[in-house]
Design a protein around this ligand. Sequence first.
Ligand code: PLP
Length: 399
Amino acid sequence: MSTDTPNVSSFVPPIRTLMGPGPSDVHPRILSALARPTIGHLDPQFVSMMDEMKSMLQYAFQTKNELTIPVSAPGSAGMETCFVNMVEPGDTVIVCQNGVFGARMKENVERCGATPVMVEDEWGKPVDPNKLAEALKANPQASTVAFVHAETSTGAQSDVAALTKLAHEHDCLVIVDAVTSLGGTPIKVDEWGVDAIYSGSQKCLSCTPGLSPVSFSEAAVERVKSRKTAVQSWFLDLNLVMGYWGEGAKRTYHHTAPVNALYGLHEALVLLQEEGLENAWARHQKNHLILRAGIEAMGLSFIVPEEARLPQLNAVTIPDGVDEAAVRGRLLNEFNLEIGAGLGALAGKVWRIGLMGHASNVKNVMFCLGALDTVLTDMGAPIKSGVAVAAAQAAIGQS
Ligand SMILES: *Cc1c(COP(=O)(O)O)cnc(C)c1O
């Protein structure tokens, strides 16, 4: 450290292919939207852009929920927005955990002064509705059930409709983490009756990190408005945020919206609308099947049972005796390709190959399989060499 004038030039990042757990590759149209001129966040033109964004988020979430907005901070802040608004001190919250993000939900509950009741499932498996049913029976005082739709740490997908139905039968509202699912795999907020849901901009929406779309049902808004205690976070208190994003032109100042970041999200949602939600879901599934053919031909396997596998997050086994960090390092340095490491209980046990948003395409699948095959073969790993790309090619027509 010194007080002399620093001699630093512009930061020019390398051009990578992002196939990890997020951020995913950002579409060039989104990058150029970010560079448009900044205007005031209360400018009438900005306000109408926000209205468009809201209707496009409603489309992405498949909801008519009035309170559907991007929180001005990353997915973790969307998580916190749901918990601090929905949970009051003394409440009991049932948290279903089958990976890293369920553990963060537990911490949120505790920091709200409430009591978490944990329903645990093995990492790599979906949340078991039978276990939730038992917990609901054993804890009639519970007011909320929280779970992760798409566990990014394992690649497992849980049944939001079934879990929500159970929670409602016991008069609980639900909080759903859809950070990795939005835009990549079906989410139907209204049809499934979800109460509070949050996502992130940098996974299957292919936008830059830093924004968290959330949606609250009427029942959830009613709960937020009738709280006995003030929300402990000033910034995330939706009673205040609604004054800025709410109906009508009464846009009062709450915080300075991240203007250019919102241009980016707007463009991401335009892209999603142009492609069509169903087509985006189908594309993620198709590319997952092509990747799977190559991965399995190589002799690696998936840790999640087939029926619960997320197409956008592929947790695959590491061949025996291989230094998994060295492989990721070589992919990054020699191929400019990022794949993810295992997290938590799966650290050192899996790689996480993301096929999220704009990054979910055949070119990336072939590139990733070819690069992985090359590096593993060079390292003498016990895999079937030279067959992954051909197997993936053969799968293209079939999926
Ligand atoms: C990435 C992720 C988050 C956190 O989002 P950030 O934008 O990193 O704060 C939360 N939940 C899940 C399931 C995620 O994948």
